[in-house]
Design a protein around this ligand. Structure first.
Ligand SMILES: Cc1cc2nc3c(=O)[nH]c(=O)nc-3n(C[C@H](O)[C@H](O)[C@H](O)COP(=O)(O)O)c2cc1C
Length: 160
């Protein structure tokens, strides 16, 4: 096994939640499925996402200077698949949403969201780490969509 293959094998053993990161640039909405998301700091509130530089979302987040992390509920696997797809068509056409404080889409029914203004960008390997200042957020009751060993999961959590 190459080091990269070993790396993927180890990472597959780390369970995560699933998010859809959204942004808006010149009125154009964009969103993609992401699990490379982490809290950075609670006070001041900051989060990070890691985005592949080849993702179409990458230049939009950088230019818009804002992004919103939508944390998916276990019932929202189909949304995760829709926003990870490279199929033509706009996934927002079939996805109800409202607008966050900064204008990024907040998807209906999510477990919570962090609306962010872009604070820092760091290039690392194939990805860029985008660090955001959280300017608005909200949480709702429900159980999370999980991801483990390259598959969506129901972690069997009780609702919050
Ligand atoms: C569960 C899951 C998690 C993902 N996490 C990330 C991530 O954290 N960062 C990333 O750049 N791509 C991630 N991807 C891949 C993107 O969702 C995918 O490449 C998407 O098509 C990118 O869309 P875009 O090119 O339209 O921006 C993930 C995909 C899946 C299925």
């Amino acid at each position: 096994m190459t080091v990269a293959e070993e790396f993927r094998s180890v990472m597959r053993r780390f369970p995560t939640g699933v998010t859809i990161v959204t942004t808006v640039l010149d009125g154009n909405l964009k969103g993609f499925t992401a699990n490379a998301f982490s809290s950075v700091s609670a006070d001041p509130p900051m989060v990070l996402i890691c985005v592949n530089r080849r993702a179409r979302s990458h230049p939009l987040i950088s230019q818009a200077g804002r992004f919103c992390v939508n944390i998916l509920r276990v019932e929202q696997q189909e949304l995760a698949e829709r926003f990870a797809s490279k199929e033509p068509g706009d996934p927002f056409d079939s996805t109800p949403f409202t607008r966050s404080l900064t204008g990024s889409p907040v998807l209906d029914g999510v477990l919570g969201y962090f609306d962010c203004e872009l604070a820092e960008e760091h290039s690392a390997g194939t990805h860029t780490i985008f660090i955001g200042n959280v300017v608005a957020c909200a949480s709702h009751e429900g159980a999370p969509l999980g991801y483990f060993n390259a598959a969506y999961r129901d972690f069997g959590c009780f609702t919050t």
